[in-house]
Write a protein that binds this ligand. Structure first.
Ligand code: GLC
Length: 571
């Protein structure tokens, strides 16, 4: 963290008013002081008036009210069976983990996950990115929003929702602070990439410092943070049956602010979200600027999650209509233009160019010569995936694991597409899963391409880190996606591979090499999301009903594309 904290290392002061909020069936709870908090920027380090937020955190929010229907669409039979038992109200009662012979790694993982917990005013608010005793912590001593997701799911699955609720409320507070980088003020809805808590043992105060991408690795935009926040709010709600949190006007407002940023009218000609490089898990320059698959999948899932949580009062109805329209257009666009299988590759290979008409088949004017050689050998006859990026005359054919798994979880992928992704994984196991699951992207960039695209990034050399390195954290997404696609045996195989080494290697952040056989060059040890990801994968396989927290049923109202010429032209 730089010493000049003027614009970004800031905590917040909350102004309150006396409005109160009736919290549905459980009677009235005073949430007004939280919900009408108005951010006020003061000097460099602001003091936090904690009374209101602490009131909320210790208030009756934990008493669940009867669950209401989360999904608007009828579920597929298979998922329905998985989803229904998942509404738990075991708040505060840690469950014993003993359904099958527990692997010795599980106890180690829980112990380390608990060690990683970060406290603010004596309450747990998140987990630290890594607790490596040998490496300089750099920014790994922070609670990253995206890194906390698997931790949160592990706690929810274990019946410990408190830390998740605190996290959601604290980050909501950080969203409401005025965010400035140099002379530029960021959008109101932006959620932090990470935060850290400073304890002053002398003055006995805790200070929360948020980072909106300004001090991390060269000004990256945390576009995914807001999406993860909404997805986590739904997971909390679904897991506990406690709607009082999501129904709070503050949470309602927080969700809307996040989505306003993405639903605002602009110059877009596509429903996908235009982003700068480094705006998600891959938070360095990796040529994923434009319309990266990870962001589109998270965007879709966040829209669907928000749809199940946003109340149709005030401007809510209009907002929900906007969400519906975008979901419709986005699913069409993704399923039609990002999807690649053998047939589609053959179509692209034979594309005519310069068609320039509403009946054009090659809508983005992609030049077939730009198709990289590797994809012809890589793509099996059976199987397919959502490619990395699509924009005018540019298709990034790389595989990105998170975007594809989240597409399955949010049902952006149709059931057939989800099966095809599973087929691809089976057919290309050494390339995509390797010895240590799982490749974040494939294949690696090298030589001239690496120099130009990464800017000669020494951390992202071929088969390392974000450049086709292997990240154990992705195991939880793989497992959830496999269960949802009805192929849990694929996840089981990956988990068995992880269990041969991960704990013995000290829970590294990532592995290097074509097969992911080597502990990453600069990988942190005891990386929290490697630990939590393993736990979540294990708990989901043991009890697939947990999938209900993070999986969304297919919305039958979202139209499937009819693959005809000029199908997208509706003028
Ligand atoms: C790396 C990852 C990023 C993660 C952070 C903390 O920068 O790329 O996604 O949030 O480490 O673990």
């Amino acid at each position: 963290m730089p010493t000049n904290m003027t614009s970004f290392a800031r905590t917040l002061t909350l102004e309150t008013n006396n409005d109160s909020y009736a919290s549905g069936d459980n009677g009235n709870v005073e949430f007004g002081r939280l919900m009408d908090l108005k951010p006020r920027q003061i000097e460099t380090q602001l003091s936090l008036d904690e009374r209101s937020i602490n009131d909320i955190i210790s208030s009756g929010l934990s008493s669940p009210r009867p669950p209401r229907q989360l999904e608007t669409a009828k579920s597929s039979e298979c998922l329905e069976a998985l989803l229904s038992p998942s509404i738990r109200s075991s708040a505060g009662t840690p469950r014993e983990y003993h359904a099958f012979e527990p692997h010795p790694m599980i106890a180690d993982a829980w112990e380390r996950l608990r060690l990683s917990m970060v406290f603010y005013r004596s309450r747990p608010v998140g987990t630290i990115a890594a607790l490596d005793p040998e490496e300089d912590s750099l920014n790994y001593n922070q609670v990253f929003v995206r890194d906390f997701v698997p931790s949160a799911l592990a706690f929810l699955m274990n019946g410990e929702p408190e830390i998740v609720k605190n996290f959601l409320l604290r980050t909501l507070q950080l969203q409401s602070v005025e965010k400035r980088i140099d002379c530029f003020t960021l959008g109101e809805g932006v959620m932090p990439a990470s935060f850290k808590v400073l304890h002053d043992p002398v003055r006995k105060t805790d200070t929360m410092i948020a980072d909106f991408g300004e001090s991390a690795i060269g000004r990256v935009a945390p576009v995914d943070s807001g999406f993860w926040w909404i997805i986590l709010l739904r997971a909390y709600t679904k897991s506990t049956g406690d709607y009082t949190l999501a129904d709070m006007p503050d949470c309602q407002r927080g969700m809307r602010l996040i989505l306003y940023l993405c639903l605002a009218d602009g110059f877009d000609t596509f429903p996908t979200l235009l982003c700068a490089d480094g705006c998600c898990m891959v938070d360095r320059r990796m040529g994923i600027y434009g319309y990266p698959i990870e962001i589109q999948s998270l965007f879709f899932m966040a829209l669907r999650s928000a749809k199940s949580l946003i109340k149709a009062d005030g401007d809510g109805k209009e907002f929900l209509e906007k969400i519906d329209k975008r979901l419709h257009a986005l699913s069409y666009h993704m399923r039609e233009y990002f999807w690649l299988d053998h047939q589609q590759l053959n179509n692209i290979y034979r594309f005519k160019t310069e068609e320039y008409s509403h009946t054009a088949v090659n809508k983005f004017n992609v030049i077939p010569d730009s198709i990289p050689d590797w994809i012809f050998d890589f793509l099996p006859l059976k199987g397919g995936f959502f490619i990395g990026n699509v924009s005018p005359a540019r298709m990034d054919f790389r595989w990105f694991a998170i975007g594809n798994f989240m597409a399955i979880l949010g049902s952006l992928a149709t059931a057939d597409q989800a099966s095809a992704i599973m087929d691809l994984l089976e057919a290309r196991w050494p390339e995509l899963v390797g010895d240590m699951p799982l490749k974040v992207s494939y294949p690696a960039m090298e030589g001239h391409e690496w120099r130009i695209i990464t800017g000669c990034d020494p951390k992202n050399t071929r088969w390392s880190y974000h450049n086709a390195g292997s990240w154990p954290v992705i195991l939880w997404m793989l497992t959830a996606a496999c269960i949802k696609a009805g192929r849990p045996q694929i996840a089981r195989r990956a988990i068995e591979q992880v269990e041969t080494r991960l704990s013995a290697d000290g829970w590294p952040e990532y592995y290097d090499g074509k097969l992911g056989r080597y502990v990453g060059k600069q990988a942190r040890k005891f990386q929290t999301w490697s630990i939590a990801g393993y736990l979540v994968a294990k708990m989901m396989l043991e009890d697939p009903s947990h999938l209900g927290m993070i999986g969304l049923e297919e919305d039958k109202k979202i139209q499937k594309p009819s693959l005809t010429r000029s199908a997208s032209w509706t003028a």
